[in-house]
Design a protein around this ligand. Structure first.
Ligand SMILES: *Cc1c(COP(=O)(O)O)cnc(C)c1O
Length: 390
């Protein structure tokens, strides 16, 4: 192996050494004192990360499991929900809701487009039976950031629940649950949290808990009321991925030390860097105005095979990036810059992208793309990230 492996995908993401060492600890028993101590230790860190005073529940599943848990606990079959379908993960919300027997109205967006809060308001006004809005904070398949803060104002006015898949946003870009009136916020371990896959986290607002009580438990494994009771006693319903929780404790300590503000500023600077580098190479970006801070979706010139670009980048440069999903599979490269990555990884990603493009027969315009990327990074760090009201 001549190259270092650089995992620049939108999950799983590279792990810091501190986390890897925590994962290697001896097994402990999930009903004994050592485990209780971990559960006690993670709760304040989770509340800080989510921006909430509510209990944040660890669930033993991938991120999709938490999406399923949210839908089955918050809504009864026959209820109506509005789904923002801006890509593959919006589609997933619809599929989960339909599997639960919900009546779904979809706002289908073009690839690369964010939902407009006014569109959501209009849809809720047109059908007062809609009792929830399901959306991604960051649509990972297209690299779009939806305006969750504005959606929170709409759903609060309309007395409708706002359910947010924050899997590629939590710990990456601002998504403060309480301040933004989010009723359900969930994430998975393998994206911003710098952990292996297999653990999900979910929190509900007070009015969402009221709704869960009125629906009543119907899912044996994902029984959030029972899980919450356990969690208040620093326990979990079933045998948890103990090692992941040990890793989580360390990851949360890192967020606390670094502060969320500094992490967001870094993510913003990495995003600026990736965008400037790709643009300078003569490539177009899929999301032009509302883009996420943990990955950059880059369009490939027509006729270039994305599979070949990724193959060369991985084999020649050691950089693993992702293609598009669904119909975008071959026409997109998604350069991930979430989790434990820094400026040098993004520079490597841009270089590998150019190598891949070159091998696949693509034209590469500017020779200064790495310098342009580095300047954009420095400028973004100096100017700071866009403000948000926490
Ligand atoms: C990764 C991701 C998922 C899927 O998570 P799994 O852990 O694979 O189940 C869902 N939504 C978004 C926005 C994601 O980025």
């Amino acid at each position: 192996m001549l190259n270092k492996l650089r995992l620049l995908t939108p999950g799983p993401t590279p792990l810091p050494e501190e986390v890897r060492l925590a994962l290697a600890k001896d097994m402990i028993h999930h009903r004994k004192r050592d485990f209780v101590q971990i559960m006690e230790r993670i709760q304040p860190g989770l509340k800080y990360l989510f921006g909430t005073a509510q209990q944040v529940l660890p669930l033993s599943c991938s991120g999709t499991g938490a999406m399923h848990a949210a839908v089955t606990n918050l809504f009864a079959p026959g209820e109506k929900v509005l789904v923002v379908e801006g890509g593959k993960f919006g589609e997933r919300w619809r599929e989960i809701a339909q599997a639960r027997g919900l009546v779904v109205t979809s706002l289908v967006l073009e690839n690369g487009q964010a939902v407009a809060a006014e569109e959501v308001r209009a849809a809720l006004t047109a059908d007062p039976a809609l009792c929830g809005v399901l959306v991604q904070a960051s649509e990972t398949s297209t690299g779009v950031l939806h305006p969750v803060h504005e959606l929170g104002q709409v759903t609060r006015d309309k007395d409708v629940l706002l359910v947010v898949d924050g899997i590629s946003a939590v710990g990456i870009s601002p998504c403060p649950m309480d301040a933004w009136d989010i009723d359900c916020l969930l994430t998975g371990s393998q994206k911003g949290l710098m952990l292996p896959p297999g653990l999900a986290l979910l929190a509900l607002s007070a009015r969402a808990w009221d709704k869960v009580r009125s629906v009543g438990p119907t899912d044996f494994y994902f029984n959030l009321l029972a899980e919450r009771d356990k969690s208040l006693g620093h326990q979990t319903l079933f045998t948890s991925p103990v090692n992941l929780l040990q890793g989580l404790a360390v990851s949360l300590d890192l967020f606390k030390e670094q502060t969320l503000e500094a992490v967001y500023a870094k993510q913003w600077a990495l995003t600026s860097m990736a965008r400037a580098g790709a643009t300078s190479m003569g490539l177009e970006l899929l999301a032009t105005t509302h883009f996420t801070w943990g990955l950059t979706a880059i369009k490939l010139p027509t006729g270039i095979d994305g599979g070949e670009v990724l193959k060369v980048a991985a084999e020649r440069c050691g950089v693993v990036m992702a293609g598009g999903q669904g119909e975008l599979k071959k026409s997109l490269v998604r350069l991930g810059h979430m989790g434990h990555v820094d400026w040098s990884d993004v520079l490597a990603g841009l270089y590998a992208l150019r190598e891949g493009l070159h091998a696949a027969g693509g034209y590469c315009a500017a020779r200064t793309y790495l310098e342009d990327a580095a300047s954009a990074y420095a400028e973004a760090l100096r100017d700071g990230c866009p403000e948000y009201r926490a």
